[in-house]
Write a protein that binds this ligand. Structure first.
Ligand code: HEM
Ligand code: NAG
Ligand code: NAG
Ligand code: NAG
Length: 423
């Protein structure tokens, strides 16, 4: 049943985007002799797959709440105070000091979550939960409760965390530890899973196709390119230029490049460099010392950059004062995009570039006159998966996923008048 329904969705686009033939659930014999390129994380022996994913038998949850060091007071997935401007880790708080990840710990494509795990705001082995994600984002970075729940829900639903255990791997496929029943759920690829949350043209990660499936490890050449463009000032203007460079590079080098609606999230992630990472003790400047610490980037004597083994909160770091909300990030996403607009769509088999339409995206572009409701509802539409599967490489969320989102995230959006997902 499922296969047939999805196959018909994909047929329309298979000729345009050749990688579609390898989507899970697509019977490629229906599509004729398409090129066979595996686009999505397949698990198994591939990079990021279950066979090579570390296993830490000593799973310890995030450091427990301690009233002596309350941070934002966020606990058990509930809203915290939303008042930042304090030092993290708090002076004297031994439980949140940096501990380098060991060989059995899972780390992935997100420097913000990797740093949180290295400081025990998330489980140190990289197997985390919805509540840990919501608490950590508030307590560490002063992410607003609405955005913290939205990102955590995206993590669990778009990347196949487990909706029963509410567990998620922040990197590779750890289904045996996240799933309530691997037989029933199938594989849960975690944050490394490609083209769900993880996409092409990241700041410091390779495109999936160009790297045999390793789209999650830090690449020092890319960090060096970002620094060349930003020159120690990782603000919106400079990052917008760098995102354009990465886009042009992917169009030129990656025959399977696909820039779908969900890649708007990459603009959101790029905004974190100048909204969530800056240090109050550096006047909140998004400077090189701060950014390189969060990325675990270290400059070598020959000027090149290498991963130093761990993303780390800079010493004497003071987080942002006001909470970073859904509204804030949506504003930044659009502003950064509009400074250097690019076409949504993808490289096609015949060497041309196909554009797409989706919501606010018309003929591959978002117009500068996007109206207020479209802006406010943009992230909500992405999270509820009203993105046609064939545009996205994502199987439309299941009823369970939509229920999960409805219970965790919809309350924040109720008053915006966004069209609600049908469950
Ligand atoms: C539950 C919350 C979060 C989830 C599920 C999440 C997930 C992800 C994923 C999957 C990526 C890879 C996207 C790609 O490049 O294709 C990513 C990138 C990124 N994330 Fe997060 N993230 C979360 C919260 C945060 C926070 C709080 C920060 C801030 C400090 C952060 C900073 C970043 C940055 C800077 C990148 C871009 C890295 C690069 O392109 O090289 N994230 N995140
Ligand atoms: C890092 O990125 C550069 C530029 O895209 C690429 O040429 C290089 O092969 C990548 N290095 C690794 C180890 O993937
Ligand atoms: C080309 C490339 O990125 N290769 C990397 C693939 O992933 C392994 C393990 O993460 C690295 O060692 C390779 O350098
Ligand atoms: C290369 C580039 O655009 N650099 C800019 C980075 O941001 C600062 C401050 O806005 C500008 O002065 C630089 O020109």
């Amino acid at each position: 049943m499922k296969n047939i329904a999805f196959a018909s969705l994909f047929v329309a686009s298979a000729s345009a985007f050749p990688w579609v033939v390898d989507q899970p659930g697509v019977d490629s014999s229906l599509l004729g002799a398409g090129r066979k390129i595996r686009r999505q994380q397949a698990g198994g022996n591939q990079a990021g797959g279950a066979a090579t994913c570390p296993f830490n038998a000593n799973h310890q949850g995030a450091a427990p709440y301690n009233s002596k060091y309350p941070y934002n007071g966020a606990q058990n997935g509930a809203p915290g105070k939303g008042v930042g401007g304090y030092q993290v880790p708090a002076p004297g708080d031994a439980a949140h000091q940096y501990v380098a990840p060991g060989p059995n710990d899972i780390r992935g494509p997100c420097p913000g979550l990797n740093a949180a795990a290295n400081h025990n705001f998330l489980s140190h082995d990289g197997i985390t939960t919805f509540n840990e994600l919501v608490d950590a984002q508030q307590n560490l970075y002063n992410v607003g409760y609405d955005l913290a729940t939205l990102l955590a829900a995206l993590g669990l639903t778009l990347t196949d965390g487990d909706l029963v255990t509410e567990k998620l791997s922040i990197g590779c496929d750890a289904t045996t530890r996240t799933s309530f029943s691997p037989v029933l759920t199938g594989s849960e690829p975690g944050l490394d899973g490609h083209n769900k949350f993880e996409a092409d043209s990241s700041l410091t990660r390779n495109d999936y196709f160009l790297a045999d499936g390793d789209n999650y490890s830090f690449n020092g050449t890319l960090f060096g390119m970002m620094q060349d463009t930003c020159q120690g000032n990782f603000n919106r203007e400079n990052l917008s230029k760098y995102r354009l460079q990465r886009y042009d590079q992917s169009v030129a080098e990656n025959p399977n490049f696909f820039f779908g609606p969900l890649t708007l999230l990459l603009y959101g992630a790029a905004s974190f460099l100048y909204t969530l990472m800056p240090n109050g003790n550096h006047n909140y400047a998004p400077d090189l010392e701060t950014i390189s610490s969060f990325f675990g980037a270290e400059q070598q004597s020959d000027g090149t950059w290498k991963f130093n083994g761990g993303e780390r909160i800079p010493d004497n770091w003071v987080n942002r004062v006001s909470p970073y909300t859904n509204n804030d990030v949506t504003t930044e996403i659009l502003a950064m995009y509009l400074e250097n607009p690019v076409l949504f769509g993808g490289n096609t088999a015949d060497g041309s570039f196909d554009t797409l339409n989706f919501g606010a995206i018309k003929d591959g572009k978002i117009s500068a006159s996007i109206d207020g409701a479209d802006t406010a509802c943009l992230l909500y539409q992405l999270v509820t998966g009203q993105v046609p599967s064939y545009l996205n490489g994502v199987i439309t969320p299941t009823v369970d996923a939509l229920d999960f989102i409805a219970s965790k995230v919809a309350p924040s959006f109720k008053n915006l008048g966004c069209p609600l997902a049908l469950t």
